[in-house]
Write a protein that binds this ligand. Structure first.
Ligand SMILES: [Zn+2]
Ligand SMILES: [Zn+2]
Length: 347
């Protein structure tokens, strides 16, 4: 089979790999599409550690091709979405109901240190495949995983009905935050520095979501946000000073080098909560599958390209994957980009 492999920082390649073998408790999935995530980008830019030689990709949908002898919940032909956040169920965080923070993650992170889904096939433990509802297309199902992440972080933000919410970053995760919040009636402003991304967000999102440049967000007359969700993982230093009393700041993006200098006084004087939540619990993933019946997640997909055109796909996301140490190459020209194996049904 063909697979997109992380060779080194700045370097990815299309490799021939054996179709992975399927043990008793495993499901072999013929991948229909994999979303390219900020994590894949960060790996290639050297901002997120990953194993050299790993098959990239973790946001995937496809059809069950084969099942191990012990598998009973799915059968060949079923359309499924993969939950790539594996956990052991035995460590202390798992036993305390925090499987997203499993202490035994090493070697289990799909597309990071365990082979991922930017390939014709991927093998997954039965526990981590979910059947897609018939009404959810592959194109839409490919956004279920980032939606699960968003649901977990919005729960940590605990927005109230009449809150003003500021989302930093109009990538797919920021756009999903805005989509979910707008649907529940919150007032949402989405801040994006990249003009290309801001323009795409304006076109795709409900009109109640205000998409602003950073200088507009801080301008006079703007209401102080009660909740800030920073999807960029960079926490602008002045953010705490702009949050309304009693407000909450949730940091989402995960970057190895994410360091921020913040003024601490507003935490005390404003009673502000600064927190992170990480990925999702299994129940969030199930909720995301359910919500996908109704939320127009597929509207965020701007491009679907075959695996062999992975370099072009990454270039749309401002990454040049063909030279060592390359850094972001200009502006974003896409929202969500999916890679689909050649010959797979159009998602
Ligand atoms: Zn992801
Ligand atoms: Zn665990």
């Amino acid at each position: 089979m063909k697979a997109v492999v992380f060779e080194d920082v700045g370097l990815a390649g299309l490799h021939d790999r054996a179709v992975p073998s399927c043990d008793a408790g495993d499901v072999l999935v013929e991948v229909a599409a994999t979303g390219i995530c900020g994590t894949d980008r960060a790996i290639l830019l050297g901002e997120f550690p990953a194993r050299r030689g790993v098959v990239l990709g973790h946001e995937a949908v496809g059809a069950v091709a084969a099942t191990g002898s012990g598998v009973s919940s799915v059968a060949p032909g079923d359309r499924v979405v993969i939950n790539p956040t594996y956990y052991c169920g035995r460590c202390r965080p798992c036993r305390r109901g925090m499987p997203a923070h499993c202490a035994a993650k090493a070697g289990r992170e799909v597309g990071v240190d365990r082979d991922g889904t930017m390939a014709d096939f991927a093998v997954v433990p039965e526990h981590f495949v979910h059947r897609l509802p018939a009404s959810v297309s592959y194109r839409r199902g490919a956004l279920v995983e980032p939606l699960a992440c968003v649901l977990n972080n919005l729960r940590a933000a605990r927005p109230r009905w009449d809150d003003q919410v500021l989302v930093i970053g109009a990538g797919p995760v920021g756009a999903l935050c805005a989509m979910v919040l707008a649907r529940r009636g919150s007032r949402v402003a989405l801040v994006e520095r990249d003009p290309g991304r801001a323009e795409i967000a304006r076109l795709l999102l409900p009109r109640t979501v205000r998409v602003l440049a950073p200088e507009e967000a801080a301008g006079p007359g703007r209401p102080a946000p009660d909740v800030v969700v920073d999807t960029t993982g960079s926490l602008p230093g002045d953010v705490l000073g702009t949050v309304a009393a009693g407000g909450t700041v949730v940091v989402m993006g995960e970057r190895e080098a994410g360091v921020a200098t913040v003024r601490l006084r507003p935490l005390v004087t404003g009673g502000i909560r600064l927190t992170g939540a990480g990925p999702y619990r299994p129940a969030d993933f199930e909720l995301a599958v359910d919500l996908a019946r109704d939320l127009p997640l597929d509207e965020l997909v701007t491009h679907v390209l075959p695996l062999a055109r992975y370099a072009e796909a990454l270039a749309l996301l401002a990454v040049a994957p063909d030279g060592p140490g390359r850094s972001p190459a200009g502006e974003y020209r896409a929202m969500k980009v999916l890679l689909a194996p050649d010959g797979s049904p159009t998602p």
